[in-house]
Design a protein around this ligand. Structure first.
Ligand code: MN
Length: 356
């Protein structure tokens, strides 16, 4: 079989060649199903490539930005990696451990926010057609090195999660046939329940993805089922919360705000649920209870292609001669947000035209 992404084969091999015998490799992955699947594929794949390597897969934490959260660098350095793979966490000019002398490989599909200067390799699906998600890329990169047909189900979990049930991955149909679409879809739902639930227990789905030989044990994990029930109860309660609008005035922003207080990562889902009903607004959902440090998680979504959420959020701060924190209001014109201290959150609301 020819490589699925021939342009990535040599750079991936060049990165692997930098890992010494007995070397430590850390795979830092996003905590969603696509990120966990990509992390597990690298974790299992690299261990098979060279059993002398010590490979550790580490999912990202609540509210962490791989590039801008200072504690991330310390956490990764403490693992003393000889090489680092960062996957499904974006690509940013700040880099991660390049300046600490660690070779870094980025495997991702989000819009790159610049490129790290040196000592890094960026393999991104962004700009390809179709855009492969991280688990898809991870599978094909490893598959170009060694036969990993038995791990197709791991890739399928990430791919179905990010790209849907009819994702254009050429191996999806045969993978569904072999493992059944039912168990794969259940496994996707339970992986995502784990990161949305208040427990934020990523070890459990990751352990399944790293150790099992099919999706069924993950899909039938009773603890993961409890997480799913917890998330759906939280969603049901949050759905009843009414949106609030800024008081009418010529410079009131076209926004709606839903405020909730839940340890579950449901704020992006709630924002998403309101956008069809409020098509000429940006829907912001603020979750006061999600982050452990007392900061407020804000998810913004809009169905309106003429609205630009990062600009609208920055504009609200600018109106009060304030600047948002550096990791706020990035991302996509129709999907953005981030984390704010209570003071910054108040500034945002005032800037949008709310009485606080
Ligand atoms: Mn992804």
């Amino acid at each position: 079989m020819p490589a699925a992404f021939p342009q990535f084969v040599a750079p991936f091999r060049a990165f692997l060649n930098k890992i010494p015998p007995n070397g430590r490799v850390v795979v830092f992955c996003h905590f969603d199903a696509d990120g966990l699947a990509a992390g597990a594929l690298f974790g299992r794949g690299l261990q098979r490539m060279d059993p002398s390597w010590q490979v550790e897969v580490l999912p990202s934490g609540k509210g962490e930005n791989a590039f801008l959260t200072p504690s991330v660098r310390e956490k990764l350095l403490a693992l003393k990696p000889d090489a680092l793979i960062v996957t499904d966490l974006g690509v940013h000019a700040h880099g991660t451990l390049e300046a600490d002398g660690v070779p870094v490989l980025y495997v991702d599909h989000h819009i790159p926010e610049g490129y790290p200067s040196a000592n890094s390799t960026v393999l991104t699906g962004y700009g390809l057609d179709p855009v492969p998600c991280s688990a898809w890329l991870a599978y094909e990169l490893v598959a170009a090195e060694l036969e990993i047909n038995d791990l197709q189900w791991v890739a399928a979990i990430g791919i179905i999660s990010d790209l849907g049930d009819s994702a254009p991955w050429p191996l999806l149909a045969e993978t569904k046939k072999q493992y059944t679409a039912k168990w794969l879809k259940e496994a996707v739902a339970l992986c995502n329940a784990a990161r949305r639930a208040g427990e934020f227990d990523l070890d459990r789905p990751l352990h399944h993805l790293m150790a099992d030989d099919n999706p069924r044990p993950l899909a039938q994990d009773t603890v993961l089922a409890e997480y799913r029930a917890e998330v759906s109860a939280a969603l049901q309660a949050a759905r009843r919360l009414p949106p609030r609008f800024p008081k009418a005035s010529p410079d009131a922003a076209p926004v709606a705000l839903i405020t909730l207080d839940s340890p579950c990562q449901i704020h992006p889902l709630i924002a998403q649920q309101w956008i069809q009903r409020l098509p000429d607004r940006v829907v912001l959902c603020a979750n006061l209870g999600y982050l452990p440090d007392g900061n407020i998680a804000v998810a913004g979504r809009t169905a309106n292609r003429d609205l630009h959420i990062p600009e609208l959020l920055r504009g609200a701060f600018a109106r009060l001669n304030a600047v948002p924190p550096s990791n706020f209001a990035h991302g996509h014109p129709q999907a953005s947000g981030g984390h704010l201290s209570p003071t910054d959150f108040e500034t945002l609301l005032r800037g949008l035209g709310y009485d606080v």
